[in-house]
Design a binder for this molecule. Structure first.
Ligand code: ATP
Ligand code: MG
Length: 414
């Protein structure tokens, strides 16, 4: 029989939220395991996972490693509450590894077991010493044999694998995450997913004025992010027409902020459709001209939803390290022409006040630009089996002729 024990972060589990948290976590573990035939039982604030067939632990492990909300997990042995069975199990665990020092660490969730934790530690420790020359070391052992006494059975394991922490995706609601194809924004989306949000991915592109590269990159980035939330939606919104209008009617220094304000407005409209409660960007204070405090404030004044910027206090190296860890870095550093560089002013304003922006926007019909962008959006759904296009709910509403799809075909993408 194949077993694993999964512990979740107890600290986050106070009070009324606990059952919902556990339910969501269990559902996510199930989705992470895909087609594997498995049972997940809850017992005293942990899960016991049992799976059938010959799927190796390495495979199960890599699937569990992407489930937010898990503190640590381990391949385990599960036996009856019987000292002989405990001894047999700990002997098996000991036989699978070589070590020169060890300890036994027993925890009792079930107090009716006839031995106390200390007695169990001592008995099993003495038993292991009859089999190996290894010495007992209570402070820095090479191996710890964990014994958890639960109602009716005990769980034994020797290797704790850290989970990704955080909260189960879906436990904190939805956000719309603006993802550019650069290094930062996929990390920002991932950090909100780590806090239990389901992230709807939104990308603006200037195709056909730029190549398909940014869209291809965002398709790959969405696939990578999708591993953590099991199904995702990606909105690809054409931005070039709007950029051209801003280009001709707004003063050059304000262009970048106007692009940002328009992006956030479109993101907010999508958030309303998706019942998302916040927008997420990869902004980082002071990296570029558009990211001064005053410009961040002027940008987000265009919308009423909160704009979350989880990278705001991070150094570039910290962001890069996270991107490498989640596998997006290699995709992000591939060159693409950024939609905002396309019509980039030579000297972007670093201090654009709301009043200046209002007058710069005065001649533009922002509502119409939002409608037109959404009307031309391509919406894709990702899950374990790949991606497919969804219907655009705005297409009819706006009553404008639809543009041909800009999603790269398989030929173009390869
Ligand atoms: P990134 O590495 O994510 O591109 P950045 O440090 O290069 O970020 P900017 O390019 O100024 O910063 O963009 C700031 C944020 O605005 C991005 O992190 C992203 O959330 C959003 N954004 C910018 N361009 C786009 C785009 N084409 N599509 C979607 N979101 C975008
Ligand atoms: Mg960028």
């Amino acid at each position: 029989m194949n077993w694993a024990i999964i512990h979740y972060g107890e600290l986050a589990l106070k009070g009324k939220n606990r059952p919902a948290f556990e339910k969501q976590l269990r559902r996510n573990i199930r989705r992470a395991l895909g087609g594997l035939t498995a049972e997940i039982e809850r017992s005293h604030g942990r899960f016991l996972l049992r799976w059938e067939g010959d799927t190796p632990w390495s495979e199960v492990r890599s699937r569990l490693e992407v489930v937010f909300g898990t503190a640590y997990f381990a391949p385990a042995r599960v036996v009856d509450l019987d000292l002989q069975q405990l001894k047999r199990a700990v002997a098996e665990l000991a036989g699978e590894r070589s070590f020169s020092s060890f300890r036994i660490r027993t925890r009792r969730a079930e107090k009716r077991f006839l031995l106390t934790s200390q007695e169990t530690d001592r008995d099993l420790g003495a038993w292991v010493q009859t089999m190996t020359p290894a010495r007992v070391d209570l402070t820095h052992p090479e191996v710890t044999f964990y014994v958890e006494v639960l109602p009716g059975r005990a769980v034994l394991y020797a290797e704790k694998i850290p989970g990704p922490g955080g909260l189960p995706v879906g436990a904190s609601g939805r956000v719309v995450s603006l993802v550019s194809g650069g290094i930062d924004s996929p990390v920002a989306a991932w950090l909100l997913m780590k806090r239990g949000c389901r992230a709807v991915i939104l990308h603006f592109h200037s195709y056909p004025f730029t190549s398909l590269a940014s869209q291809e990159k965002v398709l790959e980035l969405t696939q990578l992010l999708n591993a953590y939330q099991f199904s995702s939606r990606l909105y690809l919104v054409p931005f070039a027409d709007a950029q051209r209008e801003i280009l001709v009617s707004a003063p050059e220094p304000y262009r970048v902020i106007l692009y940002r304000r328009l992006m956030l407005r479109m993101a907010q409209a999508i958030a309303h459709r998706e019942r998302a409660k916040a927008l997420v960007t990869g902004d980082n204070l002071g990296q570029v001209a558009s990211q001064t405090l005053i410009n961040l404030a002027t940008s987000e004044a265009a919308v009423s939803l909160p704009v979350l910027r989880p990278l705001i206090g991070m150094d570039k190296q910290e962001i890069v390290a996270l991107a490498q860890r989640l596998g997006t870095y290699e995709v992000s550093i591939r060159p693409h022409d950024d939609c905002c560089q396309l019509f980039m002013p030579r000297h972007p304003a670093t201090r654009a006040s709301p009043a200046e922006i209002d007058s710069a926007e005065g001649t533009l019909d922002m509502e119409a630009l939002v409608r037109r962008g959404l009307n031309q959006a391509t919406i894709l759904r990702f899950d374990a089996s790949g991606s497919h296009e969804l219907e655009n709910p705005w297409r009819e509403e706006a009553r404008l002729p639809a543009e041909p799809s800009v999603v790269p075909s398989e030929e173009q993408a390869s």
